[in-house]
Design a protein. Structure first.
Length: 314
């Protein structure tokens, strides 16, 4: 059966662990598996600008023995109105997997319905599940292994309604973590996603908390995360958002009330002096650059895992 990765809970807890352990193994040996030897092509589609996603998927597919077929919306017929379903039917007959960085979650879901090959959500407006795999792998690496994740408290502050907050809730709960989101009430995460995360947390011994108080979210946290206050597509709200989020900045005070030695995450790009201060992101508790590196290893692990379940050699 073809498996897809469209949101964080498309994996079970045991499957998430398999992928994370494989990501750590890929960091030790970048050529551990080559499921796309041939080379087989993997389509990497972009409707939104990208640095880390483009580089990590392109390099990763090549290191897996494949050919990264990178397409921007403007250079494909989708940019001229061809349907997602028709594009999926064409790609699925010519490539071994598809990764897509796009807007609506419905787009990757439609691609998955028609492609017949694994489809990976490389970012949508609702979720960023590949980033959370990278984040969890980076924390696991820094703490000695995947076993260290369960029971940790992860605090995310800032825009609680964006794709990173949603994926932290689902991915963190799946890993057995205590996930806290601190955000203004007008920027709380989706109620449906919070309910899904609470269900997962109850199964895994974790918990989910959503609060308007930065300090309540941050106090005693083992892992601290934030993201830009102005996501792609929200640029017109930049001034309004900055005013809302000023009190959710990750700074020296955040570190003072978090657990001793708490690790700091940011999916990048970062805007120093806004959502995070320079002394924190560039300081000794930051694992942001390890986190960025793990985009490569985690996505290679995911593609290898999906290829195996699609009947390909892994």
């Amino acid at each position: 059966m073809v498996r897809h990765f469209l949101r964080d809970d498309d994996l079970t807890a045991a499957e998430q662990r398999e992928v994370l352990e494989l990501a750590l193994a890929f960091r030790k040996n970048r050529y551990l598996h080559r499921p796309f030897d041939g080379p087989q092509a993997v389509a990497v589609l972009f409707d939104k600008p990208s640095t880390r996603t483009r580089v990590s998927f392109s390099a990763g597919v090549a290191e897996l023995g494949g050919y990264p077929l990178v397409l921007d919306a403007g250079s494909s017929q989708m940019g001229r109105g061809e349907s997602v379903a028709d594009t999926a039917r064409v790609l699925g007959r010519q490539v071994s997997a598809i990764a897509w960085r796009t807007f609506g979650q419905d787009r990757v879901e439609e691609m998955a319905r028609h492609a017949g090959v694994p489809v990976v959500n490389a970012l949508t407006d609702d979720f960023h599940p590949c980033q959370i795999l990278a984040d969890l792998a980076a924390v696991a690496d820094a703490r000695g292994g995947v076993d260290a994740l369960a029971g940790l408290t992860l605090a995310y502050v800032g825009d609680g309604a964006n794709n990173m907050a949603h994926s932290y809730l689902l991915g963190g709960a799946l890993a057995g973590m205590h996930v806290r989101v601190g955000a203004p009430e007008d920027y709380f995460p989706s109620e449906a996603i919070v309910l899904d995360a609470k269900r997962l947390a109850a199964q895994r011994g974790g918990s989910v908390t959503v609060t308007t108080d930065h300090d309540d979210a941050m106090r005693g946290a083992d892992v601290i995360a934030t993201d830009t206050w102005v996501s792609m597509g929200d640029e017109a709200e930049s001034g309004e958002r900055t005013g809302h989020f000023d009190s959710y900045q990750v700074n020296a005070h955040s570190l003072e009330i978090a657990a001793a030695g708490a690790q700091v995450l940011h999916c990048l790009p970062a805007y120093r002096g806004k959502e995070i201060t320079a002394d924190v992101i560039d300081g000794p508790q930051s694992i942001v650059w390890l986190e960025a590196e793990y985009r490569l290893h985690a996505q290679k692990a995911l593609l290898t895992w999906l290829a195996a379940r699609a009947g390909q050699d892994a």
